[in-house]
Design a binder for this molecule. Structure first.
Ligand code: 6PG
Length: 245
């Protein structure tokens, strides 16, 4: 499903509502909520809104465990750290206990050991993975052309970004596929070409890794959705526009 919003603020409000909704239903059904966060800039506002609208919902947050889908190999207090972004925007405002927050220890010198340990502690079937998309069509730290895309194990692996910080630890494609729900967020004109490639009828995961999640839930703003006109004409039922002219 693809939902198109007028701008990043509207997308962020809807994403915050969606995460809270999935979380409440997971707690009602299974007594716990495993939430896997995305890095990058796009989700920041959604995290802030989520904290603001749900911080009093202790039934939800006391039952939550938070993970990440990828991390840059930097210290956790680095401005480039995905953990740090979420800590400031979401985790500190929610007041989660340290035992509920499971960051990827990507700053450890033995990256492979860090990835293996993280994979061992990661839920087999997370309730929700939030992802972003890069201008080049990457998602998590699964970059076009990288061998990690061929990884068949459910877990975490080492990866390399074309830009700094280059060293990454990323969730593997089979681990994404195991999630009960995946929400992908894309905002801004920089994402137009990537989204065209994701939603083209044909294409390869090696060229556009975000095709791995093309059948999941997408929240896209108008700027990013520009190139999807042809797709909309092709399959109008799949796109729900919210306040979009
Ligand atoms: C990261 C990511 C990455 C991100 C995209 C989109 O660590 O860089 O998790 O996959 O989600 O690059 O980033 P923006 O939201 O900043 O465009």
């Amino acid at each position: 499903m693809i939902r198109v919003f007028p701008d990043l603020e509207a997308l962020s409000r809807a994403a915050a509502d969606y995460i809270a909704l999935v979380g409440r239903s997971a707690v009602a059904d299974r007594g716990a909520f495993s939430l896997v966060l995305a890095g990058g800039n796009t989700p920041r506002r959604a995290y802030e809104i989520l904290a603001a609208i749900s911080r009093d919902d202790r039934a939800l947050w006391d039952a939550a465990h938070v993970y990440w889908g990828d991390e840059r190999c930097v210290p956790p207090d680095s401005p480039a750290s995905n953990y740090r972004m979420a800590k400031i925007a979401l985790l500190d405002p929610l007041g989660l206990r340290p035992g509920q927050v499971h960051r990827i220890p990507a700053e450890e010198p033995d990256r492979q050991a860090a990835a293996d340990r993280y994979a061992a502690a990661f839920p087999a079937q997370p309730d929700l993975i939030v992802l972003g998309v890069g201008d080049d069509g990457h998602t998590a730290s699964l970059f076009p052309g990288h061998g990690v895309l061929d990884e068949t194990a459910v877990g975490f692996a080492l990866s390399e970004a074309p830009v700094a910080p280059r060293e990454r630890i990323t969730i593997t494609a089979p681990a994404i596929a195991a999630a009960l729900d995946v929400l992908v967020l894309a905002s801004g004109t920089g994402k137009v070409e990537a989204l065209k490639r994701v939603f083209n009828k044909t294409g390869s995961i090696h060229q556009t890794p975000a095709r791995l999640v093309r059948d999941r839930v997408w929240f896209v703003d108008c700027d990013a959705a520009q190139g999807m006109v042809e797709f909309r004409a092709d399959d109008p039922q799949r796109i729900a526009a919210h306040g979009v002219p």
